[in-house]
Design a binder for this molecule. Structure first.
Ligand code: FE2
Ligand code: FE2
Length: 407
């Protein structure tokens, strides 16, 4: 990449200041569709250039959607009503369902939150020109776990507010009742992730700038179906991928149990997204609007795939020891991240197909970036939560490279 070569010529201190801006410009130039760029651009400036998520509290984001009232209370969507009933029956209490007396040592060599090969240590050592002691590796692993869980927590705060907004804005009355249960679910997720970070890992990282961009874009978009597509399909898909990966590879029992319960809730959320958008996209929007949404989701999927690179850890620990481009290389070739991408896209792509955003027009683009193997997968409404958990358990025992996690 030309930018990388130019950056190498700068003195180190200047380079460290310029690199994030160069990356922001590169990010926006990667988005090919002008409508998508226009929709994401302002959020990109707020997140990547102004770093609004890192400027202290509070962060205020203006919302501008319409609240959709219906005084006739129609029972209009039986499948959503059924999800609402299931959600009421499956509520759980983080205080009593999880064993908070579990002793968690994030640097323990025996009970590992994430396995050693989650990060590409070999490459990292090669760039730095030194080898880590087992203790140093344990500390870095612990930081990576805290970073990952911190991003989950920030994402859950976004999900909590987005679920509340969507509940107001959605046109289906049964969807509103269901949405209220999702608000409670997301509050519980904020509660348990925060408690785990606060009392077990004793560390909280700031929100990643790229995650902030997505949350900012969803909060401020006034079109309810875009909010919905972004939150219920893309971000929830991302969350399921990340939670599923961590669930598979961790052997810390409290976190495993926590994630299992959260995954059960999240699979309902994505299911709801598929039901609502399938109905809406098939019956209520024009072909031009459908195409715009199809392009938007492809671009956002790529952004999500390429951009969660744990720069917050780099800035804290490794700045000056290797360049950002080298760090990017370390993170993007890490087995943990590869696994995360696999789980995320195996959930996301079939859901996009199901809601009508995987037409023959866009398929070659997915094919070009290696995602066509997911075209035929099962969507959220075709797989039960227990089947999903069972699948994750089976996959977990079949990953030889992550054998340490199950030792
Ligand atoms: Fe959640
Ligand atoms: Fe959710």
């Amino acid at each position: 990449m030309i930018t990388d070569k130019l950056l190498q010529l700068l003195p180190e201190k200047v380079r460290a200041r310029v690199e994030p801006y160069a990356e922001a410009a590169e990010l926006m130039s990667e988005v090919r569709d002008p409508k998508v760029a226009a929709a994401l651009g302002p959020s990109g400036v707020r997140g990547l250039i102004l770093q609004r998520g890192k400027q202290g509290v509070p962060t205020k984001i203006k919302a501008s959607h319409d609240a959709h009232f219906d005084w006739s209370y129609p029972m209009d969507q039986p499948e959503m009503r059924e999800l609402y009933t299931r959600a009421k029956q499956n509520q759980w209490d983080g205080d009593t369902w999880l064993d908070w007396s579990t002793n968690v040592d994030p640097e323990s060599p025996e009970v590992r939150i994430i396995p050693d090969d989650f990060l590409n240590f070999e490459k990292l050592e090669g760039y730095i020109g030194a080898r880590f002691t087992p203790r140093e590796k344990a500390r870095i692993r612990s930081d990576v776990a805290a970073w990952q869980l911190s991003q989950f927590l920030h994402g859950e705060q976004g999900a909590l507010f987005a679920a509340a907004q969507v509940t107001e804005a959605v046109q289906f009355f049964d969807g509103k009742l269901y949405g209220a249960t999702q608000v409670v679910d997301e509050a519980r997720h904020v509660e348990v992730f925060h408690r785990y970070l606060d009392t077990k890992l004793n560390k909280l990282y700031q929100i990643n700038d790229n995650l902030f961009v997505i949350i900012d874009a969803l909060m401020s978009d006034s079109r309810w179906d875009m909010k919905f597509l972004g939150m219920q399909i893309m971000v929830e898909g991302l969350a399921l991928g990340a939670f599923g990966t961590l669930y598979k590879i961790t052997n810390e029992p409290l976190l495993k149990e926590l994630l299992k319960n959260v995954i059960r809730d999240e699979s309902r959320h994505v299911h709801y997204g598929v039901l609502a958008l399938r109905e809406h996209f098939h019956k209520h929007i024009s072909e031009r609007e459908r195409r715009e949404r199809e392009d938007w989701s492809f671009e956002v999927a790529l952004l999500m795939r390429n951009r969660f690179l744990a720069y917050e850890i780099y800035e804290e620990r490794f700045e000056g020891l290797l360049t950002r481009a080298q760090w990017r290389d370390v993170v993007s070739t890490s087995p943990g991240l590869e696994e995360f991408r696999h789980v995320m896209f195996s959930r996301l792509v079939p859901n996009l197909r199901e809601i009508g955003l995987l037409s023959d027009r866009i398929k070659p683009h997915y094919d070009r970036v290696g995602l066509s193997k997911y075209f035929g997968g099962r969507s959220a409404d075709q797989i039960t939560t227990e089947e999903m958990i069972g699948e994750l358990d089976r996959e977990a025992s079949a990953i030889p490279s992550l054998a340490l996690a199950h030792a």
